[in-house]
Design a protein around this ligand. Structure first.
Ligand SMILES: *[C@@H]1O[C@H](CO)[C@@H](O)[C@H](O)[C@H]1NC(C)=O
Ligand SMILES: *[C@@H]1O[C@H](CO)[C@@H](O)[C@H](O)[C@H]1NC(C)=O
Ligand SMILES: CC(=O)N[C@H]1CO[C@H](CO)[C@@H](O)[C@@H]1O
Length: 337
């Protein structure tokens, strides 16, 4: 309650200065710091680079962002392609067309008082090759973070789902991102760290992510580093099936990672999660979110995969007004927002 009072107080104090268009309330009263969705589609057409706007990829719909924030959510993760933002080489300059689209979406989200997570949806690859040029990756991040250095509602996600890479490379890329972001003068923002093995929560410890990513350091202080894990609840954890393993699989899959977070004094966000629109998955999801609330000293929130204008009848679509998860699952998740 105290937290809520502080936020409402701040809102009242600043309302005289607030822009007249900024009307959506996004102050959260629940236990989590960050709750929201992935607003996907700027990363679509990954095989067609750079691709054309509205043919191969598109930007999220502002009306959908409004609708989702009106549920009480306060965080929108925005996947996009590294190559579209900075083409040809990691040390290159931004493409003005694509960067304008990204900046427009990010600015819109943060003008509503919500967090915008900048998510290069690249799996640790650039033009399909594993990124081994650690200095180049740092340069990419310095250029990118420079676009948002003054916006403290932006969160930088180093990369989506590293996988099948040397563990030490994943550590070095994360550290290079941290250093590059801070070098751009983006000193106040949170940074989300992702691990190898698709950053799965269920394999966080067994994959070696836990041990190897423990030593990352932020010149601005390690309390701005948050570990982003992903967890789907289907049989292989891939997020490609409508059925969940059981009604309790959510909390079971987070158990070991939660112990690791507590033992090491770290914080995490569940940056992608989803389950099908059926009773078993809804039990698994709500059980998982209850478990996260019980451990909200380490779990800072969750983001659904995914909203976005082009998901059509995708089983996990939370795109308003008619996405499957928007109509059939979100009502059950509302208590955890
Ligand atoms: C810049 O991005 C736009 C939109 O994706 C694309 O059409 C254009 O070809 C890009 N320009 C360069 C030089 O990559
Ligand atoms: C992390 O740092 C500690 C203390 O400096 C050191 O003992 C340990 O070997 C490091 N672990 C890794 C994986 O680098
Ligand atoms: C779990 C899931 O649906 N992942 C998909 C996320 O979206 C990208 C494209 O944006 C797909 O390649 C993934 O399969």
């Amino acid at each position: 309650m105290k937290f809520l009072d502080v936020l409402l107080g701040a809102a009242a104090a600043s309302s005289a200065l607030a822009a007249p268009t900024c009307t959506t309330k996004t102050k959260r009263a629940g236990k989590f710091k960050f709750v929201g969705v992935n607003q996907s589609c700027a990363e679509f057409g990954q095989d067609t680079l750079p691709g054309q706007l509205n043919k191969h990829y598109t930007w999220p719909a502002k009306s959908s962002i409004d609708t989702l924030l009106a549920t009480g959510m306060n965080t929108i993760r925005i996947p996009f392609m590294m190559e579209r933002l900075i083409p040809n080489q990691l040390t290159g300059t931004v493409n003005e067309t694509y960067s304008a689209g990204l900046i427009d979406t990010v600015s819109y989200v943060t003008s509503k008082g919500a967090y915008a997570v900048i998510d290069p949806h690249n799996f640790g690859r650039y033009y399909t090759q594993v990124i081994t040029d650690v200095e180049g990756f740092k340069a990419w991040w310095t250029t990118t973070a420079g676009l948002f250095a003054d916006n403290d509602k932006v969160i930088f996600d180093t990369n989506n789902e590293y996988h099948d890479m040397d563990q030490s490379l994943v550590v070095n890329l994360n550290q290079a991102a941290i250093d590059g972001i801070r070098a751009a003068g983006a000193t106040s923002q949170y940074i989300f760290i992702e691990g190898n093995s698709w950053t799965g929560a269920w394999t966080w410890v067994s994959s070696g992510n836990g041990e190897s990513l423990l030593n990352l350091s932020d010149p601005e202080g390690d309390d701005k580093l948050i570990y982003e894990m992903h967890q789907y609840l289907d049989e292989d954890g891939s997020g490609t099936h409508e059925q969940c393993v059981s009604g309790t699989i959510g909390r079971e899959r987070l158990q070991a990672a939660t112990e690791w977070l507590k033992a090491n004094g770290k914080k995490a966000i569940l940056g992608e999660t989803a389950g099908g629109a059926n009773d078993q998955c809804i039990s698994a999801l709500t059980g998982m979110l209850s478990f996260m609330e019980e451990n909200s000293d380490v779990w800072q929130g969750w983001l659904w995969w995914a909203a976005g204008p082009w998901w059509a009848d995708y089983m996990y679509s939370i795109e308003p007004p008619s996405g499957t998860a928007y109509t059939k699952v979100l009502p059950s998740l509302q208590p955890y927002i």
